[in-house]
Design a protein around this ligand. Sequence first.
Ligand SMILES: Cc1cc2nc3c(=O)[nH]c(=O)nc-3n(C[C@H](O)[C@H](O)[C@H](O)COP(=O)(O)OP(=O)(O)OC[C@H]3O[C@@H](n4cnc5c(N)ncnc54)[C@H](O)[C@@H]3O)c2cc1C
Length: 457
Amino acid sequence: MVPDSALQTFRSTLRGASFCPGEPGYDDARTIPNAMINRRPAVIARCAGAADVIACVRFAREHDVLVSIRGGGHSVAGKSVCEAGLMIDLSGMKGIRVDPARRTARAQAGLTLGEFDRETQAFGLATTLGTVSKTGISGLTLGAGWGHLHGVYGLALDNLIGVDVVTADGRLLTASASENQDLFWGVRGSGGNLGIVTSLEYRLHEVGSVWGGAVCHPTDKAKELLRFFREWSDRIPDELAIQCAALTLPGAGRVFAIAACYHGDLAQGEKVLQPLRSWGKPVADLFAPMPYVQMQSMFDPFFPPGRLTYVKSNFVQTLSDDAIETLAAFVGTSPSLHSFAPALEHWHGAATRVGVSDTAFPHRTNKFNFMAWSNWESPSDSEKNVLWTRDCWAAMKPFLIAGAYGNYVSDEGDAIAREAYGPNYDRLLTLKKKYDPTNLFRMNHNIKPSIQAPAAD
Ligand SMILES: Cc1cc2nc3c(=O)[nH]c(=O)nc-3n(C[C@H](O)[C@H](O)[C@H](O)COP(=O)(O)OP(=O)(O)OC[C@H]3O[C@@H](n4cnc5c(N)ncnc54)[C@H](O)[C@@H]3O)c2cc1C
């Protein structure tokens, strides 16, 4: 219990707004896109800058308060909102400065992808981020960041030049290739375990119009289309990013779709997409050359805030005929028309040429990421949707590897941390003991500092 006088003093020192239960703005501030999450923090601090973040960390330590950190609030596990603790809300920190000459951008942690892309595209520049524009740059980047440019430029975290981080002792450190290198290694993949990142500096690249879109086929073609997807994925250039999913296309009903984005020479892009676009008889071909920001928001209508979401996901190394058979059997069977499930993302190119231990994010050698991503509208439908998601994942389990992309999993308890950090777990444990020995930052796929580190060789 924090004395009310201490709480009020803390709130009065903040430059940004703060919200307690019952106050105007409190319910909005605690609400995140996934309506499965309904937690009530004791106080929400909407930080205006690094000084507010430092004040939050010091307050939480002094009063032994549980903290959660909200970037864009899109963690499907709902890790950005805590029950009865201090929610450190970075969503008001939206500063960004693009340096077109150096091709870099320094961005505050509360920006969404769409906001970031808008500013960098003003200069014809971009970097790899995700594929839905409302997602926060910071949670996405600290966890990895797969997006349309990953084949050419790597994951979002591969484009980080440096970050400012408030560590558990309330200091603001810069982490980069030349300063606090161990922290820089660790923040690139450990999703907020080591501190609160207040700003991120990215490398940018020239990105103009892209070829983007999707072809949608009847669900009974899913098996053949998945075989095509597997074989085609072996041949595509780095410039092309592809994914496939069962979904509902307005006006066409349930379909199985392959979506793609080609960044590069547009005439060449048209040729590269030809095998996909000429395969079978699609019910819709949505491909066209388009501005990059249009591609970056193409999937937004499928993910409006306020739906309930549950996701299970693991990597797949080899997409065998049996795996395809299993996936196809689930296509079109989700109890909800809003689901993107089952789905596969293809990981290749620059993102897979980085060494497993070059950054804390270890999943560099897997070809596909399997997702059973369920969205639905009414809490009364939760049980059947969660069950279906688990059934789909369980059927796929023989073909999945233990590794999981932490950004895509619903809350599965601490075991998921091992799957998320894989061979880099022990090195991260050492860093956790150094930078957050009391586990102040534990609303994440948590590395517990109390775990015994392995004996040195
Ligand atoms: C609709 C949708 C589409 C998505 N599409 C993609 C995609 O295309 N590619 C992809 O790679 N991922 C994608 N994701 C997953 C996304 O990367 C994760 O959900 C990510 O966590 C979102 O970041 P956020 O800042 O919005 O989330 P938040 O919920 O705010 O944060 C996620 C986690 O990171 C921590 N965190 C956030 N900001 C900071 C910070 N500044 N410092 C320290 N810790 C912090 C939080 O405490 C929490 O544990 C998608 C998710 C959704 C819901």
